[in-house]
Design a protein around this ligand. Sequence first.
Ligand code: MTE
Length: 312
Amino acid sequence: MSNNILRPEWHLPENRVTPERAYRNRRKFLRELGLANGGLLAASLAAEAAAAKKLYPAQRNIAFSPPDLKLTNERVFTTYNNFYEFSTDKEAVVDRVGKFVITPWPVKIHGLCEQPFTADADELAAEFGVEERVYRFRCVEAWGAVVPWTGFELRKLLEKVKPKAGAKFVKFVTANRPEQMPGIARLRGYPWPYTEGLRLDEAMHPLTMLVTGVYGKPLPKQNGAPIRLVVPWKYGYKSGKSLVEIELTDKQPKTLWETLSPEEYPFESNVDPAVPHPRWSQATERQVDTGDRIRTLPFNGYAAQVASLYKK
Ligand code: MTE
């Protein structure tokens, strides 16, 4: 298998992303229309939803999709979830997401950057253009999968907001809605919202994706709709689901898992078969659909692309 990633040949034009004020005005306008005429608002939102659907299935970028990777069964991957805001029982998450409202979904991009803005998740997907990539996915719990994600490089979004010189990290904040997420109340001691972070160079790496779809369709709620992060060389907990905020900062963000258990879930969290979790080995992983146990690769198989980020 080749791990070499060629620079993609495609180039999608990046249209202007809605500035925050325009975004707010448009939403306010839609809301006001809604008060006067519910039908028109519904029609407008339906048109947005239809436009979003047209993005899927997206064209696969073969430069980022090794042909020898066999996709994990879709039903298994989309019904076996870690999403503690809903349940700690992986197979129960899918049945508890019913009240979770994902439209509209403003995402705020701000902090140490020249041009902060807020845009809806589906607008981001449409503006930046989406493509499919087949990535390995490795959970810290020693299970793995091969997943066709649809999305765009986070780098495109960061370049748009123009990070300031002082920006060293990117913080990712996810939805915190106890009234829609029944798992939050059951884990009262957790430092919600689920927050994650990357160094700026990790966030700018071409493998790091903002994902809005999977298996050729919009993301299901249980997999982090409408927009999540995917960082394929790190344990899955770095890939925050249902993102509401992306902040450029000069300080290493305090993440939920690091706050709860820093020895078990450190900030960096690169997949490394040689470093066991304090309570289990990371040398192998169980494929979620077949149950096959395979050897875990350093950086989850992406060493050729990312090892240089960690040269001392
Ligand atoms: N994001 C949020 N908001 N809440 C979570 O509980 N779990 C993480 C990550 N992102 C989690 C999250 C963990 S531990 C993993 S392994 C992946 O999501 C699981 O993603 P999947 O359900 O799409 O396989």
